[in-house]
Design a protein around this ligand. Sequence first.
Ligand SMILES: O=c1ccn([C@@H]2O[C@H](COP(=O)(O)O)[C@@H](O)[C@H]2O)c(=O)[nH]1
Length: 275
Amino acid sequence: MTTTTTFTQSLAAAWQKNNSLLCVGLDPEPTKFPIHLQGRPDAIFEFCKSIVDSTADLVCCFKPQIAYFAAHRAEDQLEALIAHIHGRHPGIPVILDAKRGDIGSTAEQYAIEAFERFQADAITASPYMGRDSVTPYLAYPDKGVILLCRTSNPGGSDLQFLDVGGGEKLFERVAKLVASEWNTTGQCALVVGATFPAEIARVRSIVGDLPLLVPGIGAQGGDIQATVEAGKTAGGTGLMISSSRAILYAGKDEGFAAASRQVALATRDAINRYR
Ligand SMILES: O=c1ccn([C@@H]2O[C@H](COP(=O)(O)O)[C@@H](O)[C@H]2O)c(=O)[nH]1
């Protein structure tokens, strides 16, 4: 009998093995690549592969954002990149940041795309079309489904802060629903921005030990100490703290991957100081 490792099992193992809550975001933007890669047809794959290979022992997961690949007709390079991560760095989960959200029949196709075509371990999705729009992802019992709760952008407050009754805010209702009713597989998680530590603490108080994907440190200016102190579980884990641009574009020349490693190492250690 074969046993499959689930998303949350892989994540827990990577937290321990690499002593890290850091997620490196893979948002490749060819105009920012070092000169020697520019113009190459496989530049996106080569750039991301170098970053992955130089940081894999420092992270708990990788998070490619699909828009950066699709915008350049590079979905084949995304497929190759995820295959490379699984082959070269087994056990490090890959989150496909796609923020999908649609009716069930279309969500089924998104789930096939993420989990069968790209072989991602988890996907980000919007909760705002309701439970039936999320069910197709939950049909994959080992895969992570990471729902938007309190996003890192300032405009996130426009809707997520609406009072849905009795003083309860929409993001609090999402946290409650996901933790108590939608998480049928035990593989759900929530997105909560590092730019709002008070809300990270609020979400943590609602969801127990549910994993939180926390973008917003680095280029968006979120505070690492406040983020970790607000979001860590009693065991000092529970977080995937994501940084993309600050790590990817730390260096500009042929030594770019080494420069990225230095920033990833410093970020991991800064996070660990407050666990
Ligand atoms: O609330 C959210 C949800 C997702 N993101 C994504 O995370 C990265 C952030 O990139 P940085 O360069 O570290 O700012 C990016 O892929 C976003 O799409 C987010 O920022 N906020």
